[in-house]
Design a protein around this ligand. Sequence first.
Ligand code: TRP
Length: 333
Amino acid sequence: MMSRPRIVSGIRPTGSLHLGHYLGVLKNWVRLQDEYQCFYFTADWHALTSEYKDPSIIKESIREMVMIWLSVGIDPTRSVIFRQSDLKVHAEFFLLLSMITPLGWLERNPTYKELREELKAKDLGTFGFLGYPVLQAADIIIYNADRVPIGEDQLPHLELTREIVRRFNYLYGQKLLKEPQEILTQAPKVPGIDGRKMSKSYNNAIFIHETPESLKAKVMQMLTDPKRKRRTDPGEPDDCNLYPFHEHFTDENMRSHIRKACRDASWGCVDCKKVLVDNLEQEFTPIWEKIEYFMKKPEQVEDILQAGCRRASEISEITMHKVREAMGLNQCP
Ligand code: TRP
């Protein structure tokens, strides 16, 4: 296990995980465990950069998020699962990296500019928010990560991470820190129930943790092909908001039947939705059962996070030891 290349990735705990996370992030994380030594963490300090005015959401989301990770197959006997804020060395490293990171690199960061515009109501003109990618760099480099599974939107942050590594190595010694490479994960093309991008802030998300009733209600509300006004009108799966879900949850035989039955109007949208509800239920019932199990055993989740913290601490201390030495600092007394 030790010789496998290492992966680090985190999710900001700012609300419930939805099908976009499930398809775009978690299924990959589960798969990657076969090939890599994985470090997965809740990025709670990153969440604070935008939620500092009302942090209550963060604490709740961490619990639920970790239960969901465990329930979809993130395996604590193979992967290290931890809370970022338990590892104080991330903050120490963030501070030290901030000494060598030119302001211009952060001000030019496209994600910074975009998010500040998008979240105007949240007052993101803070030092912490500007420094977000430096903290992310610390998260990654401190574990000597080889690869980082991320979506395209995070590429500028990884590029910045590599620039910081190069600058650190240039200043304090070649090859002290490792430059990580991305594993680019495709964002799944599943819209929210109103046809816009699935997002908790649009109130259009199907969450991983639904009840059979709420799941069914959401699917039944979903927009389909807008041109198909009457049951007898033929539909077009390629113009339908629901059909992309079948691409993920329905087998090819049934899919080809659906495409035909939609185009010749022998099926209505309700028929098609019922198949999707059944398939989603089949996929998520075992996951829901595990979530129920962990809800009754919060101490088991806490134990996993504590063990993850110890393991993450062992590895990150090795890097910090080198870093403190390189920068002429005392080791911890
Ligand atoms: N910025 C990432 C996001 O919003 C979350 C994150 C924080 C992260 N630290 C990381 C991802 C380290 C990968 C590696 O999705």
